[in-house]
Design a binder for this molecule. Structure first.
Ligand SMILES: [Zn+2]
Length: 141
C-alpha cells in the first residue's frame, strides 16, 4: 500500500463560513442612540452615541475641544432615559427590519429620537459634571 502524495491532508479544513450579517432592525441598537451633551466650557451642544457615555470616559466638545468627564450620575441619568425609550421602541416594533418596515413605522421611530434627546437633556440639566464651574452661592449658601 503506497500513500498517494497528491491527496490533500485530511487535517486541512475549509474555514467556517461567516454567518450572514443580521438585517438592520428599525429600532437602533441601544448604544447607537445619540444623546446630547452640553459643553459647560463653551455652552455648546453636541451628540454622542450612548455607548460612549460610560463612567470614566472623557468626551471632547467638537466646538472648543473642552473635556467632559462622564461620572456615575451622568451615566445613570443618560442610560435610564435611553433604556426606557429603547424598551418602548422594541416593545412596539420588535425585530422589524428596516427593509420590511412600513414607512409610518420608520417615521414613528425617527420621531422618538428627538424626544430621547429632550429627555436626556432634561435629565442632565440637574447634574454638574466634574470640572464644571459651580454657580456662585448666595450669601446664605
Ligand atoms: Zn465646548
Amino acid at each position: 500500500m503506497s500513500t498517494d502524495a497528491s491527496e490533500s491532508p485530511a487535517t486541512a479544513e475549509a474555514p467556517a463560513p461567516e454567518p450572514p450579517a443580521p438585517p438592520a432592525t428599525l429600532v437602533p441598537a441601544i448604544g447607537d442612540i445619540e444623546v446630547p451633551i452640553h459643553c459647560f466650557h463653551c455652552d455648546g451642544h453636541y451628540l454622542v452615541p450612548a455607548r460612549h457615555v460610560r463612567t470614566g470616559n472623557v468626551l471632547f466638545c467638537p466646538h472648543c475641544k473642552g473635556s467632559y468627564v462622564v461620572n456615575t450620575s451622568v451615566y445613570d441619568a443618560v442610560h435610564r432615559v435611553v433604556r426606557e425609550f429603547h424598551a418602548a421602541l422594541v416593545h412596539e416594533f420588535g425585530t422589524v427590519t428596516v427593509d420590511a418596515a412600513p414607512a409610518e413605522a420608520a417615521e414613528r421611530v425617527a420621531a422618538v429620537l428627538p424626544a430621547v434627546r429632550d429627555a436626556v437633556g432634561a435629565a442632565l440639566a440637574g447634574i454638574r459634571p466634574p470640572g464644571a464651574p459651580r454657580k456662585p452661592a448666595g450669601i446664605f449658601g
